[in-house]
Design a binder for this molecule. Sequence first.
Ligand code: SAM
Length: 190
Amino acid sequence: MRSVRNIAVSGIDQLWDAYLGISSSGADCQPTSYRVMHKMFKLVPLAADDQFIDIGCGRGRIMCFAARQPIARVAGVEIGKEHAAYAQKNMEHLRGRLVTNWSVTTGSAADFDLTGGTVFYMYNPFGGALFTQVIGKMRQVAAVAKKPIRLMYINPVLRAELDNSGWLAPTSVLHTDRHGKVAAQLYESR
Ligand SMILES: C[S@@+](CC[C@H](N)C(=O)[O-])C[C@H]1O[C@@H](n2cnc3c(N)ncnc32)[C@H](O)[C@@H]1O
């Protein structure tokens, strides 16, 4: 049974969706709540030269948020065809979109080119070898980037892997859950 709290969160999320002219909520997807999203991005301001990439973008809620900022590029990759179709439509219909250089790619993050990305967003999309592979690709991007790259890692179950990576530093906790457990962590390349 859904708690009163969850029902309230989903109601607020639907109001935000309506305000933005998008449909990013759904029983079959688990998006970041608008409340948590807004809180986190206050701690992670985006700059004009930032290229934001959501790895496992779902229906594109976070892409839509980023696309309302005056930044250089927004991209998302999503393995679920239906989710990706929603993300595409949402970006097309988003009210107040400022970013013109944007793309939604349907497919696996394994095949997605991260080149140019400066701010990466991962809401625990996958683990295992793929996680290691994608973080490895991020490292290559960081090696040639003009400024440190940032990774927003939500529900960070594989934090230990990043903490021990040697090239990413955990720079701030973006969100804690009701029990005080870290629910989102910001990393920056050294
Ligand atoms: C928890 S949802 C997060 C959605 C969105 N980033 C957000 O925060 O609202 C994680 C998403 O990752 C996607 N995903 C899982 N494996 C993937 C893969 N190999 N490549 C791309 N996307 C993947 C899932 O389909 C799901 O939509």
